[in-house]
Design a protein. Structure first.
Length: 119
């Protein structure tokens, strides 16, 4: 989702001279595997798959995120109301220079498999 993050950063810097937390930090797969090993899991396998999804506007993308349970519950996020105009500007930036009026968002699917005896 780097392309969407970059657009939010550009628009917020231009409008507000700063940015706010909007996206959860990403997982470090090595750390996840190591933590599972430390608590006694064996044969830890971490697999990832990238799925590219096309969107024709930011609002459909945000509806999909909400449907996956990804809402902004970050503790340090801004508590101020975000005007809809910000989202419209981000949407315009995503569509800029795109003749198909679509943008791709890569989603990473992470699968963890491990074994632990005597649970």
């Amino acid at each position: 989702m780097e392309n969407v993050k970059e657009c939010f950063i550009k628009v917020e810097e231009k409008k507000y001279s700063g940015i706010s937390l909007r996206f959860h930090p990403l997982f470090d797969l090595d750390i996840i595997g190591d933590k599972l090993k430390k608590i006694g899991f064996k044969n830890v396998i971490v697999e990832t798959e990238i799925v590219q999804v096309k969107y024709n506007n930011l609002f459909t993308f945000m509806r999909d995120l909400r449907g996956m349970g990804l809402t902004n519950n970050l503790t340090n996020r801004s508590k101020f109301f975000t005007p809809k105009s910000l989202f419209y500007e981000v949407n315009e930036l995503l569509m800029k220079d795109n003749k198909d009026k679509e943008f791709l968002v890569p989603f990473e699917i992470i699968t963890l498999t491990a074994w632990k005896e005597n649970l």
